[in-house]
Design a protein around this ligand. Structure first.
Ligand code: MG
Length: 227
């Protein structure tokens, strides 16, 4: 193993599904509110960070938020699991073929770097036939701050493969400017894909080393990640 590839989940590998409504149901049931009216920018944030921002915005104290969060996440996961059958995730174009091709190479190690709590990542990717393809992960349950997650992934990768991956042998792959800045904060290379809410121009402006429309051209993406 020479290089570590760390994939985001939502907007990068899969999209859609019941997560947003499950999250809001759990927030309402636990805290009696889903936060302020209007749209909130969830892109690239971790689950607990999103909950905290929504609840702070309606005046809740961090102490009250911290007290309720474990229950809220538990409820979120049980609603998510229940609803995934009727409202499945969509695997984004080219993802299955790309992951298969990357796994055939013995110089590449595949992992996750996501704002999802670990249980949410497992449910979403298991339902998509992708969970067992990633040997390690770092999750929103490891830290509320995405920029902390590369170091967690690298440490787990070292335990799993017995290899220390230097920053320039790591790719952080995601669909938002926050994925890009997270990779940059670690000194990693970044690949952004415009299958989420941001277009190629915005991702280029965020400073991604590489920007793709999607993962349809398997050979080209493999070349880019392995080259
Ligand atoms: Mg994403």
């Amino acid at each position: 193993m020479k290089r570590l590839l760390l994939f985001d989940i939502d907007g990068t590998l899969v999209s859609g599904g019941p997560a947003k409504s499950a999250f809001e149901d759990a927030l309402a049931e636990t805290f009696g509110t889903t936060g302020p009216e209007g749209s909130t920018d969830y892109s690239g944030k971790t689950d607990c960070q999103i909950a905290r921002e929504l609840l702070r915005a309606v005046g809740m104290s961090d102490a009250d938020i911290d007290r309720g969060l474990p229950t809220m996440i538990e409820r979120y996961l049980s609603v998510l699991e229940r609803q995934l059958d009727s409202n499945p995730m969509t695997v984004l174009p080219g993802v299955h073929a790309l992951v298969d091709a990357l796994r055939e190479r013995d110089d590449l190690a595949l992992g996750l770097l996501t704002g999802n709590v670990e249980g949410g990542a497992r449910l979403k990717l298991s339902a998509s036939g992708l969970y067992d393809r990633f040997a390690v992960g770092s999750y929103g349950s490891d830290s509320e701050f995405r920029d902390d997650l590369p170091a967690v992934a690298v440490s787990r990768a070292r335990s799993t493969w017995g290899v220390s991956f230097p920053p320039d042998e790591i790719f952080v792959i995601g669909d938002t400017p926050r994925d890009v800045s997270c990779g940059q904060a670690h000194g990693a290379r970044t690949l952004a894909v415009a299958t989420g809410r941001f277009d190629a121009r915005q991702l280029g402006q965020a400073g991604a080393d590489h920007v793709l429309q999607d993962f349809r051209e398997t050979a080209r993406v493999v070349e880019l990640l392995a080259g």
